[in-house]
Design a protein. Structure first.
Length: 151
């Protein structure tokens, strides 16, 4: 299957929304296509994230990766949080996820970032394999991840 990866624009929000909704469902959220569309549209409109999408020659959106900007105070440099990666079930195993990850890396390098960071579910071994094959390293038990729920 031939496809291309490119940076998404605001006009792509509707194309990404169905996959973003499926991504949210993977993490236990109910189907909410309108919530997904509004969220993606708002991030792109405000310039709060960078999204790369993979599209087939016929225009079908196959997958996406969403990055959020952040900074390393210690390094005094920007970094990118790779928050969302999703590839449609019917095209998994065809290199779409790898191509999206490579686009994310290229963007991070071009913007002078110190690193890309990400996290994934403890049982998402397929994702682990992809990330590790691309050179990502788990920090393992030497660090702890904390969060504070606000609602």
């Amino acid at each position: 299957m031939e496809y291309a990866v490119r940076r998404a624009t605001l006009e792509d929000a509707g194309r990404i929304a169905s996959l973003f909704d499926a991504y949210r469902q993977f993490y236990g959220k109910p189907p909410e296509p309108e919530v997904a569309r509004r969220f993606i549209q708002a991030r792109l409109a405000a310039g709060e994230s960078v999204i790369f999408l993979a599209a087939a020659r016929d225009g079908e959106t196959l997958g996406f990766v969403q990055l959020y900007p952040s900074f390393s105070s210690v390094e005094a440099r920007p970094l990118w949080v790779l928050n969302d990666l999703y590839v449609g079930q019917e095209v998994r195993g065809l290199g779409v996820g790898r191509a999206l990850m490579e686009a994310a890396k290229k963007h991070a390098v071009e913007t002078g970032a110190k690193r890309l960071t990400l996290e994934t579910a403890e049982d998402n071994r397929t994702a682990w394999s992809l990330y590790e094959s691309l050179g990502y390293a788990s920090r393992g038990p030497s660090t702890r991840f904390y969060e504070l729920e606000l609602d």
